[in-house]
Design a protein around this ligand. Sequence first.
Ligand SMILES: *[C@@H]1O[C@H](CO)[C@@H](O)[C@H](O)[C@H]1NC(C)=O
Length: 188
Amino acid sequence: MPLRSHLSVFFISVASAFVFCSPSTVSAGSQPLRSSSFSVALETLQKHINYEFNNIGLLRRAMTHSSYSEENNKAFSLLGESIIETTVSLRLLTKDVDISSKDLSDRTSEVSKVDTSCAVDGTRLGLQNVVRVSSNTNSSTSSVVCGAFRSIFGAIALDTGKVDDAGKVFLAVHGGAGGGSLSMDVMN
Ligand SMILES: *[C@@H]1O[C@H](CO)[C@@H](O)[C@H](O)[C@H]1NC(C)=O
């Protein structure tokens, strides 16, 4: 009897030593793997938007939600939203200089709207699988995907120092592969 209980204490100690060791082994191994898969995702994303960053750190930040880090895409997203609206307004006015301000405003906000357009474009690009969020944040929600989508254009403008370049990439991405509901109107 005493021998058996000694044995079980021994096995429990061995088992817990193993459990104690394994987390550090796992995290040491998975840390570089995780960051390299993020880098691979950024490479793929650049191909999908047909734009290669001079400063990849800008795209890295664009794909970082505020739940994940202090260095996040909130401000990029704001710039991106205004680039999208400016680009679409210019497009619509170029096509029809007599467009009413109400039409212009309605159609511009339609293209930059979170649920109907922005999140659709972002989801089509697969941003829900790229953007970094905290473990208790759902990266597939409209606001996360839309924020990441807008941030791409803020990041491109910062990368080139020109709003135009970002607008061109937006029109190509939005109009490509079916685009949003208004893409035909805006693109043609
Ligand atoms: C995450 O959000 C998406 C889109 O809103 C939803 O379809 C999905 O069920 C959510 N997943 C979880 C685990 O809450």
